[in-house]
Design a protein around this ligand. Sequence first.
Ligand SMILES: [Zn+2]
Length: 539
Amino acid sequence: MKLRIIPLGGQSNVTKNMFVYELWENDQIRDILLVDCGVGFVSELSNLGVDFVIPDVSYLKDKLHLIRALLITHGHDDHIGATPYIVPQLKHPKIFAPKLAALLIGEKFKELNIINQIEQIKYHQDYDFAGFKIRYIHMTHSIPDTTHIFIQTPAGNVYHGSDFKFDLTPVYGEPPDFAEINRAGSIGVKVLLSDALGAEREGYTLSEKIVGNTFEEEMRRTKGRFFMTTFASNISRIKQCVEAALKFNRKLCFVGRTMKRNMEIAVNEGYIRLSREHIITEEQVKRANPKSVCVILTGSQGEFNSALDKVSQGKHPFLKVNSQDRILFSADPIPGNETHVGEVIENLIELGAEVIYTAIRDQLHTSGHGSQGDHKLLVRLTKPQYLVPIGTTIKHGRAYANVMEDLGYRENEILRLHDGEPLVLEAGKISTESPIPLREMLVDGHSVGDVGERILKERESLGKEGVLIVLVKGDKVELISKGFVFNERSLFTELEGLALRTIKKSKDPKALADNLIAVLSGFINTRFERSPEIIPVIV
Ligand SMILES: [Zn+2]
């Protein structure tokens, strides 16, 4: 028997977490178990209309009958966000998830009319999936109902230590289940897959609880409206902001589609205690006394067109900020998003608001991810033979390895995998194989994978170089330019003349469009060294 673990994402840009566990017998795959199914965020593509990326599951296409279950560790979008797109491709495997994650997935399915079984897991209980025996372990992170999974197989046992920090005073629910973690260690863990995103930080990550005090202090100082931005899934954080707002008699306004949806669930299911009369709409914010308002909104990563992005550009129809207002960023930029976040912060400062973010204020945000101390503690409790950092970047994976060398692990006992690179556990030995091919799967609105490289290139050039529409009606021509500046009327006339001559010369109407593109782009290119997208419209 051998066990093969393949990360379909999460190894180089933190997000898009999904793992394939394969149990092999006589050189054939016997059973497959999937863990997590998250989206990836690509802020550099967001202004090109790409919402996010999802794991490429084409490798599983001919193995669907072997999939025993999809296990979810917690409700963050980089762990559940791809389920509505992927689950139908996988012929609807049964999903097992902790309660909050199950509710959040259910809500996503409802929106897209997907019917799929989702079972809320229980703790202190074994689940059998053919050759796999698994047990959910209660953990703490920045969202309630976070879990780790102990996976026992005939080829060796794995502790799947997805996103976590040891929070002894969690904002909601119980502290980590140390007894269960220890139990896994006593039964025997061959490989520990561990969240490693915080591996550059020394010590232990602070409890979520400290942020609650910060919210209160900042609210006390705020003369106008109080805005707070974080991930819509950061329910523990939002819960604390809501509690602070209620203390200061501020009503709550939730802005952003996912924020609204998540709050609906969190309030209905008792994760956040808040009565309806304390919730107001965006329109009501406009009229309300600024001192009685707390707006919680999406856009903490500088996402293009998010609620906060619109506010920062003064483009939101109801939410305007002024010098009395305070805007608090309670999230650090995911690596890669720093520039976008920086731009939003600067725009807000330009509008006169007081902007509070981690670089200027401590205890504004505590990471949901463990630091070196948390990582070491998990290793001491589970006592694994081999270590694999997950949900990480190459840099953090390296930092994790350095920390673990302190604990006496040798270089060859710490395996830093790339996306698609299988880890093989056979006869007690561990090795890696060459990566399976993975494509970038982009999601644009609700369509998956159809935004190809070519379309992206086109969108990019439209954004950079602008577009020139050539409207041809009989022997008349009209030019419309967008994003490409023709200040001089004379230039327009010159281009129109060129277009008219081309129309006259083109005998074949089919070739007209191509001829127009060739002539006009040649002209603009030589004169301005620019290449706007030229779109002939012949009516
Ligand atoms: Zn998470």
